[in-house]
Structure formats: structure tokens, C-alpha cells
Design a protein around this ligand. Structure first.
Ligand code: UGA
Ligand code: MN
Length: 324
């Protein structure tokens, strides 16, 4: 009986060892890629494109990377420009949802500095606590739009974008400009991570297509021999720069060397703000086409539908107070 048990044990032993080895090997397999890492892997960007490494500051991600030592270690390159995203934002039921989507995107980009400008007389508690937990380098500004400009037919967020520009100029006032690129990121748009790779290589002013805008599936700069020669748009082709706010980036150097370039209220109409601003800092001939000669849509001018709050009680009825 004893020797029969012994025999069985020695027959099973190699199998037990194999199972133990397999269990040991399994966790070392690369984890499924939850982020869009391929855009930033050294293998995919090795051929020409500049590299925007993933941000590595979040404790969750660092822990995940330590678990998987076989992954290439991506270190931020010191010469990469800081990407400044200026986002005007205002209080409404969907605000936190919009900011959450945006932060989830921005958090994946290294060296992105988020300049969030509230359309308010004071900083709101909601945005302050949101930013405190967002895990992103940020600057929280606020400036209210004067009431006379709060009209549906007037341009939005003029004062907020200017506050962002003023902060940038002030911050870089006394130092020789660090490499930096700025773009205007409205809080309701949708951004592909590939866009940041394109933005990074901006020398002066770069442009690219924008999806779901101007009454068409997309608008785009028309490019010939590497130069912008016109605009594909369904709305006001006569605009000097027929481009949405989401369709261009400007180097920090250009912002600093044109200290008076701002968004203007006087005489400006919705849809003309971009042209009015770009006219002050560049010419169509100078524009740098990105996104494969402006043939790829990497940002969408999405708009969130107004929420139905028809059944929201007039007075607070729940037993708890929940921030939404
Ligand atoms: C279009 C353009 O894409 C915007 O860049 C431009 O500012 C705007 O028109 C305009 O009317 O001038 P659209 O989707 O119509 O955008 O505008 P919103 O997304 O409603 O507003 C643009 C940005 O301004 C958003 O980030 C929004 O949060 C902010 N905003 C809007 C304010 O800060 N205050 C407001 O009262 C309204
Ligand atoms: Mn919008």
C-alpha cells in the first residue's frame, strides 16, 4: 500500500512541477494593453515621428510597469516640449463628466500641463477638488465672461483663453523660453492620443483636420507640396483661416514673441475667433500641416447633448448630497 502511494507520488511529481512552472511563468506575460501604448512605443515611432512618451507619474501605472519588467522602459526625453492645453470651462450638469474624459486622455501624455480656466468670478469647489485628484500638472485660473457677452450668437470663452495666454506669458517672462507648444482644448472635444505626437513637433504654428465640424464630417486644410493652399470646409470658406479652435497648435516661442496676440471681443463673430487670432501670429503660407498632410482626423468637435433634468426635484430630496 505504502509503495503504491509512493509510486503514484513519483508519477505525479513531474506534472506537479510542470504546473508550478507554468503558474510561475504566466504572470510575467505582458499584460493586455489597456492604454494606447502602441502610439508611443519606441517601435512604432522609430521611423521619423517624434516621440511623446507616456506619463509615468501615476502610482498605479508605475506599479503595473514594475510587475512587467520585460516592457521597454520609456523615459521622458528632456528635450521634449511641454504641451500646454488651455481649456475654458463653465458650470453645467455635464461639466465634471467632460473634465473627467479630458483628464483621462491628458493623463496619458507626458509633459502635458493643463491650464484650466473657469468662466466664473471665483474658483469652484467642484473643479478645485477635481484637479487636486486629477494627477496632472495643472494651473487653475478663473475669469468670468461679462454678462453682456453671454449671448448665443457671440463667441465663447474669449476671456478664458486670453487668461491662459496671459498666464503663459507671465510665467515665461524672465526665463529664456523652454520648449513648449500650446493648443486650445475645449472641454467637450474628443482627442486621439496620436494628436499629441503631432503637436509636439510644432515649430511655429501647426494645423490639422477636425472631425464633425462646420456642418460636415470634417474640415481640413488643403495641402500641396507640404504647404497649406486652401481649406475644405462647408462653412464660410472666406475665412482667412477656415479652421476650428481644435485644429491648430502654436509654439510657446511664437506666443512670447507676439505679446499682443489675443482673442478679441470687438467685431469678432463665432467662427471668426480662430482667424482673428491666427492672423496676428502667422500667415497661411507659414502653416505646418500635420496628421499626414492633413489627411487624418485626430480630434473631433464633439458636443454633448443637453441633459434631460425634467424629473429633477426643485428642492433637495435625497438623504445625501452628491457631487455630479
Ligand atoms: C465652437 C468652437 O469650437 C469653440 O472653440 C468656440 O469657442 C465656440 O464655437 C464659440 O462660440 O466661440 P462650440 O462647441 O460651439 O465651439 O462651443 P462650446 O463647446 O460650447 O464652448 C467652447 C469652450 O468654451 C468650451 O470649453 C466651453 O466649456 C467654454 N465655454 C462655453 C465657457 O467657458 N463659457 C461659456 O459660457 C460657454
Ligand atoms: Mn464644443
Amino acid at each position: 500500500m505504502k509503495s503504491a502511494l509512493c509510486n503514484r507520488f513519483f508519477i505525479l511529481l513531474p506534472w506537479i512541477l510542470i504546473v508550478i512552472i507554468m503558474l510561475d511563468v504566466d504572470p510575467r506575460r505582458p499584460a493586455p494593453q489597456l492604454t494606447s501604448r502602441p502610439y508611443f512605443s519606441p517601435h512604432t515611432v522609430g521611423c521619423g515621428g517624434s516621440r511623446v512618451p507616456l506619463r509615468r507619474s501615476s502610482p498605479g501605472r508605475d506599479a503595473a510597469e514594475k510587475r512587467n519588467e520585460s516592457r521597454p522602459q520609456l523615459q521622458p526625453e528632456p528635450r521634449l516640449p511641454t504641451i500646454y492645453a488651455i481649456t475654458p470651462t463653465y458650470s453645467r450638469p455635464v461639466q465634471k463628466a467632460e473634465l473627467t474624459r479630458l483628464a483621462n486622455t491628458f493623463r496619458q501624455v507626458a509633459q502635458l500641463h493643463w491650464i484650466l480656466v473657469e468662466d466664473r468670478a471665483t474658483r469652484s469647489e467642484l473643479v478645485s477638488s477635481f484637479l487636486a485628484r486629477a494627477g496632472l500638472p495643472n494651473t487653475h485660473l478663473h475669469v468670468p465672461t461679462p454678462r453682456r457677452y453671454k449671448r448665443p450668437w457671440l463667441p465663447r470663452a474669449t476671456e478664458q483663453r486670453n487668461a491662459g495666454l496671459a498666464w503663459l506669458r507671465q510665467r515665461h517672462q524672465h526665463q529664456s523660453a523652454q520648449p513648449g507648444v500650446l493648443f486650445f482644448a475645449d472641454d467637450d472635444n474628443t482627442y486621439s492620443l496620436e494628436l499629441f505626437q503631432e503637436v509636439t513637433s510644432t515649430r511655429k504654428v501647426s494645423v490639422w483636420p477636425v472631425g464633425l465640424v462646420g456642418g460636415r464630417r470634417y474640415e481640413r486644410p488643403l495641402v500641396k507640396n507640404g504647404k497649406v493652399v486652401g481649406w475644405y470646409t462647408g462653412w464660410r470658406e472666406d475665412r482667412p483661416f477656415a479652421i476650428d479652435m481644435a485644429g491648430f497648435a502654436v509654439s510657446l516661442q511664437v506666443i512670447l514673441s507676439n505679446p499682443k496676440a489675443v482673442f478679441k471681443r470687438r467685431g469678432s463673430q463665432p467662427g471668426m475667433q480662430e482667424s482673428d487670432f491666427l492672423k496676428q501670429i502667422t500667415t497661411v503660407d507659414e502653416l505646418e500641416p500635420k496628421a499626414n498632410n492633413c489627411t487624418k482626423v485626430l480630434v473631433w468637435h464633439t458636443r454633448t447633448e443637453k441633459v434631460n433634468l425634467a424629473n429633477e426635484p426643485k428642492y433637495h430630496m435625497d438623504t445625501v448630497n452628491i457631487e455630479v
